[in-house]
Design a binder for this molecule. Structure first.
Ligand SMILES: [Zn+2]
Length: 207
C-alpha cells in the first residue's frame, strides 16, 4: 500500500476526520512496514500535496483532503469518500440532499463534538445504540440542536449539542421528530432548554 492509501484508510477508520496526532496513531497501528524517522513529515506532505487548501497542492493531483478549522490547526478530513475513486477531470455528479447533509456533518465534526462523543462512549443519547465498526472502534454523530450557520445561527457549544446515532440524527436534521429532555436516556452534560425549544418550534414544523 502507498502512503496515500494508508492515510485514506486511517481517515476512514477514524470516521473521515482526524487531528494529525490521531492520524499518526492510527497509521502506526495499521501499517506493518517499519516507519522511517521522517514518516510524520511524509504524511503531512502527502496530505498537503492532495489538498487545494494547501499551498503545496500538486498540479493535477486529486483534491482529497479538507482542512477543517483552517490551516495550521492540524485537523483534516477526507473531502469525499467517493472522490478517491473518481478521476479529478470528471464532471461532478449533482449531489443528493442526503449526500450534502453527510458532507456537512463531516466538516462540522469539530474537536468539541469529538470530545462529547467520547464522553458518551459513542452512544446515542436517545436510544443508547452505539455502532461498532469492523476496526472495533465505535461510531456516533454530534448534532447541533439549533443548527450552525444561516439562517439559524446556533452556537458551537456543548449546551447546544447532543450525541446521536445516524437514524436519530437524520430524524432531527429533517425535523421529523420533536426533542425533549425526557427523550434523552443518557445525560452527562447540560443541554439548554433554549435550543430544545428552537428545535421544537423552528425546525420541527418545517417539514
Ligand atoms: Zn439513536
Amino acid at each position: 500500500m502507498t502512503w496515500l492509501e494508508y492515510i485514506v484508510k486511517a481517515f476512514d477508520n477514524l470516521g473521515g476526520l482526524a487531528s494529525y496526532t490521531d492520524l499518526y496513531e492510527e497509521i502506526e497501528r495499521i501499517r506493518p512496514e517499519p516507519l522511517s524517522p521522517q514518516w510524520k513529515a511524509t504524511v503531512r506532505r502527502t496530505i498537503e500535496t492532495h489538498s487545494s487548501h494547501s499551498a503545496n497542492h500538486g498540479p493535477g493531483q486529486p483534491d482529497l483532503f479538507y482542512s477543517v478549522e483552517g490551516l495550521g490547526k492540524g485537523i483534516w478530513a477526507l473531502r469525499n469518500y467517493q472522490q478517491f475513486d473518481t478521476p479529478a477531470s470528471d464532471v461532478a455528479e449533482p449531489e443528493s440532499k442526503y449526500a450534502i447533509q453527510v458532507t456537512l456533518r463531516v466538516i462540522r465534526d469539530s474537536t468539541l463534538a469529538h470530545e462529547l462523543k467520547r464522553l458518551y462512549q459513542y452512544r446515542c443519547q436517545i436510544c443508547e445504540h452505539s455502532i461498532v465498526l469492523n476496526t472495533k472502534e465505535r461510531y456516533a454523530e454530534g448534532h447541533h440542536i439549533k443548527p450552525l450557520g444561516n439562517p439559524h445561527g446556533g452556537p458551537d457549544i456543548t449546551a447546544n449539542m447532543i450525541v446521536l446515532c445516524p437514524n436519530h440524527h437524520a430524524e432531527l436534521d429533517f425535523g421529523a421528530r420533536q426533542l425533549f429532555q425526557a427523550d434523552l436516556k443518557i445525560v452527562k452534560h447540560s443541554i439548554s432548554q433554549l435550543y430544545l425549544d428552537y428545535h421544537n418550534y423552528e425546525i420541527y414544523p418545517y417539514r
